[in-house]
Each structure stands twice: as structure tokens, then as C-alpha cells.
Design a protein around this ligand. Structure first.
Ligand SMILES: Cc1ncc(COP(=O)(O)O)c(C=O)c1O
Length: 401
């Protein structure tokens, strides 16, 4: 069988920009003010974001990577301090840690959800741990109760990376509003997009101010006696992005609801395939279905992920076998410590400080290795019709045969 082309988030087939985005964009153009410090749209977008997510404050910024960097900077680690995170994520969420002089310490993940587990986070905590990053992969929330309990015990802030999990929920709270700081991406492939872009949600004024400063070269706009207070980049989005964001945020509930409805049908209709595990949120949580990760058991489905991937490709279904392919610590940046010149900072600095050698060893990551071996990721989109979903269901059934 051949599956007809599916709506794609890479272009207009799977993205919705309408009169609303156009009207806001024209307002920015006509105003002649494209910068968010004097424009009105990025500010209005932030107000919309805070309302939609039920957060006290929202800050817009230039990317999801910038959002995570800003959150890490708000925690203000000393060089050589440790931040616990996941080995299965976008590299932008990890370079954020290194740019602040801190060392990423990887927890292991559950091999089915690929989310970090509370037990492995607990095992990685040391006196130098400064924060925990919980990344809600593919739109499925982490075990936030477990993670928050550990964080409270050790008095550590929790940064949620909800770049892939807009309007996912744990209980009655949206991911990104459960920990101390929530980070989001508005890059082209996310639930809603401004091309590039990101935002941060936070409840405490002190953290909000520090993060606002970090996004703005540490310049406290509108305060008396301003000064550049500390080292900080320019991570602002433009008012053009703010304008598009305002149009997009109004569509978010609908985007997520449509993804959830079509995903529910897909998951239900394929539930009988032996050796195929479909995504499922934990009891009391809600999945936002950024992507559709399938776990394939090679002892039951011949050839495992690679065979299924090849068959899906032959049927015209784009898919990502093994997702990011390898745990982040195997990438050259970590394996060869390629950071600032030949310094190997911050690992080398830490070794000089107290002799601690941070070693990333496959033996500590059985969950990540198994999860990446067994996962095949399908794109998901709010514009999938019933017939698209029917075709996908038939294709996956055929590929798993
Ligand atoms: C979990 C996660 N964190 C952070 C990022 C970085 O976001 P951006 O690409 O907007 O910099 C991404 C982007 O794909 C992501 O998936």
C-alpha cells in the first residue's frame, strides 16, 4: 500500500496561519517598530501566554534553547556545579547548561516513555547539584510527583522543559507550571510556532526579574538607576514573532484537542498488535501528542525498529527510527569535551577544584539505550483527517506484520 502525503509541520499543509496572524503582522509593519522593547505585540503575547497556562508571569524569548539557558542562568550555578537532566533531548537544552559553566549530569529514562525517572534522579544528586530539569518528551508528562518530592527533600529547583508538551497536564496543572520554571519552544515543528521562538513561565517575581534581565543583556528597563547587572545575552524575540505568536496562541487549545482526538483513535485501533507499545500518559496525566512514539519489541516483530521503519518508508510514511539515534553523552561535544577552545571547561575546572572526574558510562543508562533501540517516532499533526489516520493505522499494522 501507499499512504498519500500527510499534512506536515514543515509547510502550509500542516500549519495554520490565517487572517489573525496577518492582521497582527501588518500592525507591526505599519507601526515601524519591530523591536519588542518598544513594540506592543510580544508584550501582549506574554499576557496571553500567562492567561492560557494559568501562570503568574510569561516571558517571550528567541528560542526554546534560549528559554532553557535563561532558566539555568536564573538558578545561577557556580562553575562546576551540577544540573541533572536527560540524555534524550534536543542539544539546545544541554548546551544551555554548559554555557552557564555547569556540568550536565544525566539521569536515566524509562525505556517506554523515554522520560527521566525519579529514582535515577535521586541516585545522581550530590552536594554540588543545583537544579533538576524534567523534560516531558513527545508531549507525555514526566512523573512530576516523584520528581518534586525528591526536589523538595533536597531543596532543589525544578526546571520543566515543556518544549514538546504544550497543554500536557498533570492533575489540573499544565506542564511548565508545576515546577519552579517552565521552558517552551515555538520552533517550526512545535504545537504552535513563530518560526523560531520560545517562552518561559514562572510564578515568583524574583525569578521573573532575573530571567527578564538575562533575556535583555541584564538591563533593567523601566527601573530607576539602570545598570548592566551581570553577564547576559540578547535573547529577545522580535515584535514580528510576537504578532505571529498572538495569532497562534489563540489556536492552541484546538490544536492540542485535535491531536489528542486523532491520537486516541490511532492508539485504540492498534492496541491489539503484539510487540507494539503505544504512548500512554500515567494515571491522572494528559498527553499533548507532539509526536507519536512507538515502542517495537524485536522479539515479537521481525527485524524490530529498522524493519518497521523501512516498510513505513516504502509506504511513504516519514518516520524517525531510534529518535535522536544516541544518548546525548555519546555526542562529540560530551565525549571529547568540545566546549571553549581546548579547555574542556567546565569538567576540567571541576577536576581542578576537588578532583571529581565526571564520567558518562553506557552502563549507567540501560533505560536510555533500550528506549532508543526500540523507539520509532511518527510525526503527528492537528490537520490529520480521519482518512489520514485510517491510512496510518493500516500502514503501521502492515509494517508490524
Ligand atoms: C525538549 C526540547 N528542549 C529544547 C528544545 C530547543 O528548542 P529550540 O529548537 O526552539 O531552540 C527543543 C527543540 O526541539 C526540545 O525538543
Amino acid at each position: 500500500m501507499k499512504v498519500p502525503p500527510l499534512p506536515s509541520d514543515r509547510n502550509a499543509t500542516g500549519r495554520t496561519f490565517d487572517e489573525q496572524e496577518r492582521a497582527y503582522l501588518m500592525q507591526v509593519m505599519d507601526s515601524g517598530t519591530l523591536i519588542c522593547t518598544s513594540g506592543t505585540h510580544a508584550k501582549a503575547f506574554e499576557e496571553d501566554l500567562a492567561k492560557v497556562f494559568g501562570a503568574k508571569f510569561a516571558l517571550s524569548c528567541s528560542s526554546g534553547s534560549a528559554a532553557v539557558h535563561t532558566a539555568v542562568a536564573a538558578v545561577d550555578p557556580e562553575p562546576g556545579d551540577e544540573i541533572i537532566t536527560t540524555p534524550i533531548t534536543d542539544m539546545g537544552a544541554l548546551t544551555a547548561i554548559l554555557y552557564q559553566g555547569a556540568i550536565p549530569i544525566f539521569a536515566d529514562v524509562d525505556p517506554v516513555t523515554l522520560n527521566v525517572t525519579p529514582e535515577t534522579i535521586r541516585a545522581r544528586i550530590t552536594p554540588r547539584t543545583k537544579a533538576i530539569i524534567a523534560t516531558h518528551l513527545f508531549g507525555n508528562p514526566c512523573d512530576m510527583d516523584g520528581i518534586l518530592a525528591i526536589a523538595q527533600q533536597h531543596d532543589l529547583p525544578v526546571i520543566e522543559d515543556a518544549a514538546q508538551a504544550l497543554l500536557a497536564k498533570v492533575g489540573d496543572k499544565y506542564t511548565g507550571t508545576i515546577g519552579n520554571i517552565g521552558c517552551f519552544s515555538l520552533q517550526q515543528s512545535k504545537h504552535i510556532t513563530t518560526g523560531e521562538g520560545g517562552f518561559i513561565l514562572v510564578q515568583k517575581e524574583e525569578l521573573r526579574r532575573r530571567m527578564f534581565l538575562f533575556i535583555n543583556k541584564a538591563w533593567p528597563y523601566n527601573e530607576p538607576n539602570p545598570d548592566h547587572e551581570f553577564l547576559a545575552p540578547n535573547y529577545r524575540m522580535t515584535d514580528l514573532q510576537g504578532a505571529v505568536g498572538r495569532g497562534q496562541i489563540a489556536k492552541l487549545h484546538d490544536v492540542v484537542a485535535k491531536r489528542q482526538a486523532s491520537a486516541a483513535r490511532f492508539v485504540e485501533e492498534l492496541a491489539d498488535i503484539d510487540g507494539l507499545t503505544l504512548p500512554k500518559a500515567a494515571q491522572g496525566s494528559v498527553h499533548a501528542f507532539w509526536k507519536m512514539p512507538l515502542i517495537i519489541d524485536s522479539s515479537k516483530i521481525d527485524g524490530g525498529v529498522d524493519a518497521v521503519s523501512a516498510k513505513l518508508n516504502a509506504m511513504g510514511v516519514m518516520n524517525a527510527p531510534h529518535y535522536v539515534k544516541k544518548p546525548a553523552y555519546q555526542c562529540r561535544i560530551f565525549a571529547e569535551r568540545r566546549t571553549f577552545g581546548n579547555s574542556q571547561f567546565p569538567w576540567s575546572y571541576r577536576e581542578q577544584q576537588d578532583g571529581t572526574k565526571i564520567v558518562y558510562d553506557d552502563a549507567d543508562f540501560p533505560g536510555a539505550i533500550q528506549g532508543l533501540r526500540d523507539v520509532l517516532v511518527l510525526n503527528w499533526n492537528e490537520l490529520y483527517t480521519d482518512s489520514h489516520v485510517s491510512a496510518l493505522i493500516s500502514a503501521v499494522r502492515e509494517a508490524c506484520r
